[in-house]
Design a protein around this ligand. Sequence first.
Ligand code: PLP
Ligand code: TYF
Length: 388
Amino acid sequence: MFDALTRQPDDPLLALIGLYRKDERPGKVDLGVGVYRDETGHTPIFRAVKEAEKRLHETQDSKAYVGPEGDLVFVDRLWTLVGGDTINRSHLAGVQTPGGSGALRLAADLIRQMGGKRIWIGLPSWMNHASIFKAAGLETAGYPFFDVPSQTVLFDTMMSALQGASAGDAVLLHAGCHNPTGGVISEAQWLEIAAVVAERGLLPLVDLAYQGFGRGLEEDVVGLRHLIGIVPETLIAVSCSKSFGLYRERTGAIFAVTTSSSSADTVRSNLAGLARTSYSMPPDHGAAIVRTILSDADLARDWKEELETMRLRISGIRQSLAEGLRDRWQALGAIAAQEGMFSLLPLAEADVMRLRNEHGIYMPGSGRINIAGLKTAEVGDVIDKLKN
Ligand code: PLP
Ligand code: TYF
């Protein structure tokens, strides 16, 4: 019966990990998969995470089931970070999920369960977005988001596309640190988006996977907070993978901002039911770490400091890259003002392969680079190789 199956393509980003590992050249550079790297090329465990793990090791006295909604103290503390006090918490339904990906899938399942059929996704977007939504049975439609040659956000075109969306359609928005473009939506533009979404009766699904890596922890959710203040109902998929460095611990949450406490209760029970029939319950460890950090002022302060160091390192590399590349490609000066880990270079796939084969510089065929993959000392050399 397995004959009925056909081989599926590998995820090109995850496949790069193996290709890079096999390359034995000493000067190789990994600009592929989106994980933070420090000056030595290492993806560190946050100091606060290590300390929280130590405390959990000493105090945790059971591994009994938690439940499909996961750790609700984690969920509550995480919301404070994301939403602050923008909304009445009794109108909020939040459930812990296996990473941001689990949150996106649960959101898609919920949209299907409430009769939604279509979701609008910016072009380009993180590859898994369309796959996750399609796997849940949603139809996907694209709105133009970013022009690579000019490195600009196509805001007007995006707004016209959203004007053409039908009531009840969902719209995926990146809260910030756009993957794969780094393209920034200004505060004023968020207000315009919120107005159109509310007027057309659309349901926004906001993907928040890089809080703290753009302009700062609070700054990175300003747009999102405007949106939830204006639009009556919103879904927010949060990933703790980058912001807490918990990638493999699969830590995240899905939040639904609703219009009443009874609506929130109903949404929560649907999310829990969908979790139960999919993976039953989320893994506990990562959420317990985040709960421990966010419940302790000293740990929280230390976590914020370390996150800020990471943000500043990325921002510094952005400035140097933009400076070095703008005399060859004027538009690439925009890299300095873009946010988060990624920028999308105007390279043809053949250029990407040449950089990989001749120079050991690894990036996916799209030309997306993980800025955090660069060490300060190698920026000049990579700039030279990009230019030739
Ligand atoms: N959303 C975006 C835009 C991402 O880049 C990622 C990447 O990892 C995720 C969601 C999901 O993250 P995870 O499932 O690892 O928490
Ligand atoms: O875009 C990235 O590189 C990150 C990590 O299937 C990632 O979001 C990439 C591919 C994937 C899961 C995570």
